[in-house]
Write a protein that binds this ligand. Structure first.
Ligand code: UD1
Length: 421
């Protein structure tokens, strides 16, 4: 796999385009299991996670053809119901096949998921939601075994201890589309990616009210067909590129975005002293002063995403003063702290809060990505650090960022992929 070699220093400048959202593409591709006719998707990013899910769907009888950012998914064999551990363990989003399989094929056997090592990631809300619809679920030998010859609409609340669950909402919403009668889901996630999945289901023929609000009303069973759908732009990729501008004191315009999905991120960029401009489908960040120190707390949408918490910590490592970073979604998601410290950051984790005292300069070092977003944070820190930074663990980065190194290089970063010797 090799590593990323970064010679830090240059302020990034120029224009860059983002791809489709990973976290929308994955549940939407999984929901294609529901469709009796072919599904045509645009804006499907070329990512390790998308490859993994494509393989899983193929093992479930779905023919997946991809070209550039397009994917065509067609069920050719509706009989398989087992999602194997080998593929599910690589990525938590694989668990999103559970709801569609159960609803369309009447049963499902899905390995308990793996994914990023970012802390406790239970699936109780997925299971309780599907149980409320009438499914019988047991856990046997590391697999969830689900049966439901018939699903019936129900009223449920999916609020977890730390807020709503994105993928549990996806699983339950996808299954409820084929349940008889009305399903009312309180405590639904309102992330744009969940809304995009809802819009896809509606395009297939589902009747869903309340998308983007915490209460969904799903009228079933819907008669579904095929659909064509364009995936929303990736707000996490967009924000990561804007933070790359911010940390290097550069001037970057990111195109193909929905600025309304970046509200809180742009507000925090302003708060650290950056100039922010937006248009209908672009956002630009510039300004070269040392970032102002602020506190950042990751929360469910519309808050600062947990998927950007590590990248913010990288930026605050160079701030003029002290800030506190908290993550209310995954409170233990601080594996990047030790690696940022190798670059010279001053961070102390006390009672689940990372206290970041900005330093004037970071120095290049060898570091390892422990998860996808930690990898992005280390790349950002490397762009600003003096000297050479080698980021190992590229397989994490490639799971969720499409050609991040090439996009950064096009903005003037001195970055290259060094293949394994
Ligand atoms: C999704 C995203 C991930 C992002 C996360 C939070 C995808 C494929 N992944 O992950 O990139 O970091 O949202 O925005 O979209 N919880 C429970 N019980 C459950 C499920 C979740 O208690 O059954 C808790 C989790 O431990 C966590 C919180 O709810 O504290 C949010 O998790 P959730 O929204 O489910 O994250 P994912 O959907 O796994």
């Amino acid at each position: 796999m090799g590593h990323l070699e970064i010679l830090g220093g240059p302020a990034l400048s120029g224009t860059v385009r983002v791809g489709g959202a990973k976290n929308a593409a994955l549940p939407i591709m999984a929901a294609a299991l529901l469709a009796p006719q072919p599904v045509e998707l645009r804006g499907v990013p070329r990512l390790g996670d998308v490859d993994t899910l494509s393989r899983l769907l193929e093992s479930l009888g779905v023919r997946v053809s991809r070209q550039d950012d397009r994917a065509r998914l067609e069920t050719v064999d509706p009989t398989p119901v087992k999602a194997d551990y080998e593929l599910v363990r690589r990525m938590r989003a694989s668990f999103c096949v559970l709801g569609p399989l159960l609803a369309r094929r009447g049963s499902a056997v899905v390995a308990l998921p793996g994914g990023c090592a970012i802390g406790d990631r239970p699936v109780d809300l997925h299971l309780s939601g599907l149980r409320a619809l009438g499914a019988e679920l047991t856990t046997e030998h590391g697999y969830v075994v689900a049966r439901a010859p018939r699903l019936v609409g129900a009223t449920m609340d999916l609020t977890g201890p730390r807020g709503p669950s994105v993928t549990a909402t996806a699983n339950v919403m996808s299954a409820a589309v084929l349940a008889e009668g009305l399903t009312t889901v309180a405590g639904a996630a309102v992330e744009p990616e969940v809304v995009d999945l809802g819009r896809f289901l509606v395009a297939l023929g589902a009747k869903i009210e309340g998308l983007g609000t915490p209460t969904l009303r799903i009228h079933g069973p819907a008669t579904l067909g095929g659909a064509a759908h364009a995936i929303i732009p990736d707000r996490i990729e967009a924000a990561t590129l804007l933070l790359a501008a911010a940390i290097t004191g550069g001037d970057v315009r990111v195109e193909g975005v929905r600025p309304e999905h970046l509200g809180k991120v742009l507000a925090v960029l302003k708060a650290i002293g950056r100039r922010v401009e937006t248009g209908s489908n672009w956002a630009r960040v510039r300004g070269g002063d040392r970032p102002k120190a602020i506190d950042v707390t990751a929360r469910p949408y519309p808050g600062v995403p947990s998927d950007l918490q590590a990248q913010w910590m990288a930026v605050l490592s160079l701030a003029d003063g002290r800030g506190v970073v908290r993550d209310m979604v995954f409170p233990g998601r601080f594996m990047h702290v030790a690696e940022l410290k190798r670059l010279g950051a001053r961070i102390e984790v006390v009672n689940g809060a990372a206290h970041v005292t900005g330093v004037e300069r970071l120095g290049g070092a060898d570091v390892a990505a422990t998860d996808l977003r930690a990898g992005a944070a280390l790349a950002l820190a490397g762009l600003a650090a003096h000297g050479r930074t080698n980021v190992f663990g590229l397989e994490h980065l490639d799971r969720g960022y499409e050609r991040l190194d090439e996009k950064l290089a096009a903005l003037g970063a001195r970055v290259r992929r060094v293949p394994l010797a």
